[in-house]
Design a binder for this molecule. Structure first.
Ligand code: CO
Length: 446
């Protein structure tokens, strides 16, 4: 085999169907291609985490742990990778440290090799506990920085962040560009900066939304990027990743050759195409390229939310006001990157500021908690006037939010009782109690 210079992480079985098919791909479909993908020679395959855990139970009546074990069995040759939202794990709030530790232990025991950990605010303290556990159980701790543009987010800012993450124990850095906002030459500078100053392996994860991702990959690779994320062509591009086939072909015969045989990919693609055809009712039918994101920086999901909510409020004509309000709210909040859950928090408040007849006249509970410091420290200081107006005399914190969370596992064990037969069951309950209870009842019925 050719000496592999650049690695590819294949995201077909996680991010690609999360981005294009509402996370609905079933384990039966996954198993029709998993062992083929396993033989390709990818650096790793991202197959689990993100929204798949929730979706398995909520929509597919599948045990997410069982899914992971089946994929592991089908893929003995390739490292398996997952996405974890730092202290939020695979849920939408902070969990206590004992939950983080057990959850990570079970991920590794059930087959995960590489855990990609991120925090929406890039608050290092919110990923610390997950990184510690990942290393404790012998997996690779990759920390992702949520990429965004703002007056405080420049190359130097992200390089400093990468240095902090290295000091904290990160084994590698991922640049996570969820809206396709990184420019090719910006990617070059950033990767070079991180490689030179933090000296860690760098992986670039871009969504194709704006059409720049494959170009950004190429420039990043020229700057020393070690691994890029791609998906099989039938589930690539649009809001997913660039295509495996394209990147392999582009790099073939160069000093960056991936070592992957294009023909192997061409043989698998029809199977992935067939899988996609099973999900027509969820299929976003490749939106192609959405250049408006370049100007607005508003991710596709946020835009469609705005449109449906304004329609419900019979105020579709005010979309321009809402779009103009988003950057102002973001500035007040200290420029959070727009990723789960900050994109929802910023979006809901921007909508309220326009529709309720005055800025912050009405405030969501999440925005109150945000200004109280309960999500962590934003990249830049929050606007003091707005903060005063919102939290008044309520207390605010500057310490790590999870420091306020007492251990919870013992209590959860008592709550769920004999319905949980093992720690994996218990964690289903801890993560999504309302969904997990009926799920477990059904699983063990009869
Ligand atoms: Co992604």
């Amino acid at each position: 085999m050719v000496k592999t210079k650049v690695g590819i992480t294949d995201t077909t079985l996680r991010d690609a169907h999360q981005s294009l098919l509402a996370t609905r791909m079933t384990i039966d479909d996954i198993l029709t291609v998993a062992s083929d993908l396993d033989k390709v020679g990818f650096h790793s395959m991202e197959v689990w985490g993100g929204a798949t855990f929730d979706s398995c139970m909520r929509f597919l009546n599948e045990d997410p742990w069982e899914r992971l074990r089946k994929i592991r069995k089908a893929c003995p040759n390739t490292k398996l990778q997952m996405l974890l939202r730092g202290q939020n794990l695979l849920g939408y709030r902070h969990y206590s440290d004992d939950v983080v530790d057990l959850f990570v232990q079970k991920c590794v025991e059930n087959g995960i090799d590489i855990i990609r950990i991120f925090d929406a605010l890039n608050d290092v303290r919110n990923v610390e506990s997950a990184v510690r556990a990942t290393k404790k159980y012998g997996a690779h701790a990759q920390v992702a920085v949520s990429y965004t543009n703002s007056p405080v987010h420049n190359t130097a800012h992200f390089v400093e962040l990468a240095k902090k993450l290295k000091a904290m124990g990160a084994d590698s850095i991922c640049i996570k560009d969820m809206s396709g906002l990184i420019y090719p030459y910006g990617a070059y500078d950033l990767v070079k900066g991180i490689k030179e100053q933090a000296g860690l392996m760098v992986q670039l994860h871009c969504h194709y939304t704006t059409g720049m991702a494959a170009m950004s990959y190429l420039k990043a690779i020229e700057a020393g990027c070690d691994v890029v994320d791609c998906a099989m062509s039938p589930l690539a591009m649009g809001t997913s990743q660039p295509a495996d086939e394209t990147m392999v072909a582009v790099l073939q015969g160069t000093e960056y050759d991936t070592g992957i045989e294009l023909n192997d990919l061409l043989a698998i693609a029809p199977k992935v195409k067939e899988i996609r055809s099973h999900y027509k009712e969820f299929d976003l039918a490749n939106p192609g390229v959405d250049p408006t994101v370049l100007a607005s920086q508003i991710p596709g999901g946020m835009m469609s939310n705005f449109l449906s909510q304004l329609k419900a409020a019979n105020a579709l004509g005010r979309i321009d006001e809402v779009l103009a309000e988003v950057p102002r709210v973001r500035k007040d909040m200290g420029y959070p990157p727009l990723v789960t859950p900050s994109s929802q928090i910023v979006g809901a408040q921007a909508l309220l500021n326009v529709l309720s007849g005055g800025r912050y006249k009405m405030v969501t509970n999440e925005v109150k908690a945000y200004f109280q410091g309960q999500y962590g420290q934003p990249p830049a200081p929050m606007d003091e006037e707005v903060k005063k107006q919102i939290i008044r005399d309520m207390p605010s914190i500057t310490h790590r939010p999870a420091d306020d969370l007492p251990p919870y596992l013992d209590e959860a064990r008592q709550e769920i009782g004999s319905l949980a037969k093992n720690d994996e069951d218990l964690l289903l309950y801890v993560m999504f109690p309302q969904v997990a209870k009926p799920f477990l009842e059904q699983k063990y019925a009869g």
